[in-house]
Ligand binder design. Structure first.
Ligand code: PLP
Length: 413
């Protein structure tokens, strides 16, 4: 008989993977809010980043449902090409750049949403051990993806004393990073940044582009625009494309494109990483690197979703319908943003310039305390360092007065 091992052999999980929180903290808060509501409490849940109708159900677009139904089942059931369906990739590049000059200098890979695009940017434009650079308020999964891939996140102060995007801090932080790492990956999420709601204006975009272009002359720099909420920004927010053109003279411009918010289709996981480079040889190298990353992670993405979203982007009639339906969602959100401004004007709440989008953040000296006090009043928001994030995307206009009152009390706690 063999000997019985009595010694505890220890965890088979490697140390780095031990003790990790498997749950996104926002999903955990959402679950708590849902459990209280189920017990009959009056709960206002402003945590989750999906656009909800006023009746609390997920807002969806009928044109998207129709496009999915139209897809040939035999095509949908087949594997998509590793890099993504070529028609889909062309449609995404066209969606971003129309027939402008950048459209001829772009390569792309399909990814599961913007999340996958951010992953591919991090593993291909930073060495292990290096850090990406983003603003001090940022979407938490940036850090999860960076940590998971052996990279890290560094931040710079987002707002100057006048409440505008802090270009000086950005430039200083970028220079420091280049001096230390010899390269940089800048990751910014505009318009309608998650979590602050902030959108860069034309002057701020111009400043960012100048800084990135100068930095790109000194070292290899990649600039990644997280485009998740672009369809919810103002017309002015499209100016980034002109500035991307200028940046691309010396830096690689990357765009994390996603259908999650723009087509209210979070579950299909349709996205792409688009990379702009003026030199064909470099473009081919980037395309090959992205293809390798696809094969080495998810292999290939949802074919049904890519085909349906392609139709929505290229079929004139369906595209026009989708645009009209999205306009309706933007109007729904607009009512909530207007209600927020109206109510907040009666208080001393401080928050960044907010022209629209899924979220706004309200500054507070102690975010945990503010969020706790608000939870006690049945109102759920997400605590960040120095602010709480409020998801107006899931708050009907009629509930905004209660939300703002709870915020005012919570900040004053
Ligand atoms: N970037 C930001 C700032 C987001 O808030 C989200 C989703 O919440 C994403 C990217 C990616 O979403 P998805 O992977 O569904 O495209």
């Amino acid at each position: 008989m063999g000997s019985i091992v009595t010694q505890n052999p220890g965890s088979a999980l490697i140390p780095a993977a031990s003790g990790r929180s498997g749950d996104d903290p926002i999903f955990a808060l959402n679950a708590e809010a849902a459990a209280r509501a189920q017990k009959g409490e009056s709960i206002l849940n402003a945590t989750l980043g999906a656009l909800m109708e006023d009746d609390g159900t997920l807002a969806i677009m009928p044109s998207v449902v129709e496009a999915i139904a139209r897809v040939d089942p035999k095509r949908a059931a087949a594997y998509a090409p590793i890099l993504g369906d070529p028609g889909f990739l062309r449609a995404v590049v066209g969606d971003l750049f129309d027939a402008g000059p950048l459209s001829t200098r772009a390569v792309a890979a399909a990814t599961p949403g913007g999340t996958g695009a951010i992953h591919h940017a991090i593993v291909n434009f930073l060495e292990p051990g290096q850090s990406l650079l983003t603003a001090e308020y940022f979407w938490g999964p940036y850090r999860t993806i960076a940590t998971h891939t052996g990279r890290a996140v560094e931040t710079f102060p987002m707002f100057d004393a006048g409440g505008r995007f802090d270009l000086e801090s950005f430039e200083r932080a970028l220079a420091r990073q280049i001096a230390r790492q010899g390269r940089a990956l800048v990751l910014l999420n505009f318009p309608c940044q998650n979590p602050t709601g902030y959108s860069l204006d034309a002057d701020e975009w111009s400043g960012v582009a100048d800084i990135v272009r100068r930095a790109g002359e000194a070292a290899p720099v990649a600039f990644l625009l997280d485009h998740a909420y672009a369809r919810f920004g103002t017309a002015e927010s499209r100016v980034w494309v002109e500035h991307a053109e200028r940046m691309s003279e010396s830096a690689v411009v990357l765009v994390a494109w996603t259908a999650s918010k723009s087509f209210a289709q979070y579950g299909a996981r349709v996205g792409a990483l688009v990379a702009v480079h003026p030199e064909p040889k470099q473009r081919e190298a980037i395309r090959a690197a992205l293809g390798f990353s696809c094969r080495g992670t998810w292999s290939n993405c949802n074919h049904l979703g890519q085909l349906a979203i392609t139709t929505l982007l290229v079929d004139r009639e369906l595209r026009a319908r989708a645009d009209r339906e999205r306009d309706g969602l933007v109007r729904l959100l607009r009512e909530r943003v207007d209600a927020f401004h109206r109510e907040a004007a009666k208080t001393t709440l401080r928050f960044p310039r907010y022209e629209g989008g899924f979220f706004v953040s309200v500054f507070t000296p102690d975010a945990e305390r503010t969020a706790r006090a608000m939870r006690a009043a049945g109102v759920y928001v997400v605590p960040l360092a120095g602010a709480v994030r409020v998801a107006l995307c899931s708050t009907p206009a009629r509930d905004v007065p209660r939300l703002v009152e709870a915020l005012a009390r919570g900040v004053a706690e």
